[in-house]
Ligand binder design. Sequence first.
Ligand SMILES: Nc1ncnc2c1ncn2[C@@H]1O[C@H](COP(=O)(O)OP(=O)(O)OP(=O)(O)O)[C@@H](O)[C@H]1O
Ligand SMILES: [Mg+2]
Length: 423
Amino acid sequence: MSDSTGKVVGVNGNMVSVAFEGNVSLNEVGYVLLDEKRLKSEVIRIKGKKAELQVFEMTRGIGIGDKVEFTSELLAVELGPGLLGQIYDGLQNPLPQLAEKCGFFLDRGVYLSALNENTLWEFTPGARVGDTVKRADSLGTVPEGIFKHQIMVPFNLYDIYKIKSIAEAGKYKVKDTIAEIEDSEGKVISLTMTFQWPVKRPINAYAERLKPGEPLVSRYRIIDTFIPVARGGCYCIPGPFGAGKTVLQQNTSRNAEVDIVIIAACGERAGEVVETLREFPELIDPRTGKTLMERTIIICNTSSMPVAARDASVYTAVTLAEYYRQMGLDILLLADSTSRWAQAMREMSGRLEEIPGEEAFPAYLESVIASFYERAGIVKLNDGRIGSVTIGGTVSPAGGNFEEPVTQATLKVVGAFHGLSRE
Ligand SMILES: Nc1ncnc2c1ncn2[C@@H]1O[C@H](COP(=O)(O)OP(=O)(O)OP(=O)(O)O)[C@@H](O)[C@H]1O
Ligand SMILES: [Mg+2]
């Protein structure tokens, strides 16, 4: 926690201007204090001693003079066993637990731990005292669904470490210490099964990036025959309203030959998400005979939820995908719809009074979309295993006009184009 604080000097929709004391950095998380509530926000612009924050909650009731606390930490997700099968909002709050706490109408300022801290995981050590390890090296495994979840050295430790102690095989909670490692200067760091990683920074703890070569089998005959998607590549599904984008994605999520599916429902109607949530636990995975939910993560930020969290939700989803890729698994990330995410960017850009680009989208729209899709990829890990993240995003251009900026920006970066028409 940093001791930098500030005071609200302006509110414009979900953007809050803050005059601050101390040091504040870009993309840092801050909390706007409103009565007893703490509303999570992210710093998106700093000018002199004034910062602009996007608040991930409704800003109703925030007034001039309200206090703001800064954390000096970037917006991050919690990584560790127990992510699979979860339903999160854009900020990685588990929605079922949130509903238990607040009822059907979510309160502002309630943030829950992303991983269940009481679950006991059967840990099997995979390294010995005296071994040297570096970031992303495996310390052991725990079974998670049908996979062996690797407990890795956190990706934000860049030194070479010596293992001082490691837990024996047995049951542990995620926050229990399972190893102690010593860095080159003799400082001892104790590790648990979880750590955090900032969502906007790609996870790059692998040996090399490979060129996507083989196709990802979606089991849609027409797609696999004529317009295949590369494993570790990216593709988009543009189409007008009601053309079948969501249905196509949902079917792919059930049938595609991948290990893990992450669904980011970004700004879509709540009804569609409810359908997915109802169906998934009942669907049986043909490969394992268990429910499909066991190898699925749903990140859900519907059209009725605050706009700023849409931005967070796509980054949260891709970071979780990259984390599982570090275990040598194939992940398919389906984002529905990237247009709604672009709209959120447009809204923020307008509030920041930036000079608008085409159709009032920000001038950096293309680079942001490109850097999102470029997080897809097939990689060779440090131990030689191969993992991949494939990204498929739907685009909903108004009136089915593929000439608009979001579709065009997406087409420039993706490898396959599954355009749908209403006919
Ligand atoms: N392959 C198909 N065959 C028959 N009906 C379909 C098919 N695909 C979609 N539909 C029907 O079309 C309707 C709209 O589909 P869907 O919700 O996928 O559209 P969408 O492109 O996601 O729309 P929006 O842009 O509004 O999100 C669905 O209710 C579904 O019943
Ligand atoms: Mg849809």
